[in-house]
Ligand binder design. Sequence first.
Ligand SMILES: *Cc1c(COP(=O)(O)O)cnc(C)c1O
Length: 459
Amino acid sequence: MRYISTRGTAPVLTFEEAMLTGLARDGGLYVPEEVPTLTKAQIAGMAGKSYEDVAFEVMRPFIGETFSDTQFRELIAKAYAGFGHAARAPLVQLAPNHFLLELFHGPTLAFKDFAMQLIGQMFQAALSRSGDRVTIVGATSGDTGSAAIEAFKGLSNVDVFILFPHGRVSEVQRRQMTTPSESNVHALAVDGDFDDCQAAVKDMFNDFAFREEVKLAGVNSINWGRVLAQVVYYFTSAVSLGAPHREVSFTVPTGNFGDIFAGYIAKKMGLPIADLVVATNRNDILHRTLETGAYTKEGVTPTISPSMDIQVSSNFERALFDAYGRDGAAVAGQMDDLKQGGFQISQGAYQMLKDTFKSGRASEEETQAAIKSYRANTGELLCPHTAVGVHVADAHLGATPMVTLATAHPAKFPDAVKEASGVAAPLPPRMADLYDRPERVTRVANDLAALQAVIRERI
Ligand SMILES: *Cc1c(COP(=O)(O)O)cnc(C)c1O
């Protein structure tokens, strides 16, 4: 299995190389040269199996020779052993044809743990084989950072630096990043918004001298290994609702387009997915793009669903690459135009995207109303991101079962949840002392040189 860049000129890599590299050297994102397919019988055979067994079957065709079957099974087992639910990703019913996929039973209470815990295991295995040491640098709007820290803390061959927008993450999110005491963990509060943090990380990867000097590695949502790990729960949930004999639809609270792109990969692998619905908050670049064909930046407005407060959506480039018939030069051209503020998607590519993805958005009021009404009508307490999802899903319900991804636990956003529902959202007992642990964080200007200096000094 070989991996190619969405911009067409970076070296072709193996799974291991693509995972350790993150962003491609031409600025693009790695995608598999071909998406392997599973037969109907293989998918039917997943019924009743453990999450770990399905994970092995879904991901095995993508990893090539990177790990033996035995080792890969061990890494998967370790990755999910710390989850607080035996099913890992349990389904809950909300309405006759509407289901919630709970992806918040991992160590940091958000779906990011599914990918990050596995990536941590895979990095450790690959690095201890080669004896290399790497510096992981990531930007976060809240959940990626804590998930990365939780996955990499204490590992001997990795330093992990997480950039987050100062004052724009919830207190639980911040504390999950600033309270781990391991010396290889570095939380950096940047004076800027999430897009500034993401841009700084991109600039570091494009500074090849720095990249070599500190052996930079990325685990942001553009990392192919992360997208791959997220493909698994589309299979487990669809199969438990009757796939491959019955179609299933999904609504995904979306920011950087990683989670929904994993659903698109599941569909390409042969899972019978009817609709893939992109749900955005009022930072709605993706919804506007799917409505109009114009991908244009606007400023970011803070919302009660901060992990979806983005201006540009990095993984969308992977969908564009397919929409443009895998023409890397066309994608590179559009991404150049994006620096000037935006671009118009060509007619054929736009048609492909509209045929593949539906979309909707939720205002702040609609998000709050969804938290309140679902609490009243089903007893479920939704986090604000999940509430954006169910609001949008409600407009797309039909004869096909709809699964909305519950991307975080309500206790991660207790203030917003309490304000909307009047109900407190307590942390699970295993995290109850989070507010008492000491914090450790470095405040840094929104400036590339300043950030690079901090990293050089700490490794
Ligand atoms: C990261 C995140 C999202 C957005 O996921 P993408 O893969 O970036 O689209 C949604 N909800 C929560 C809680 C998140 O942490």
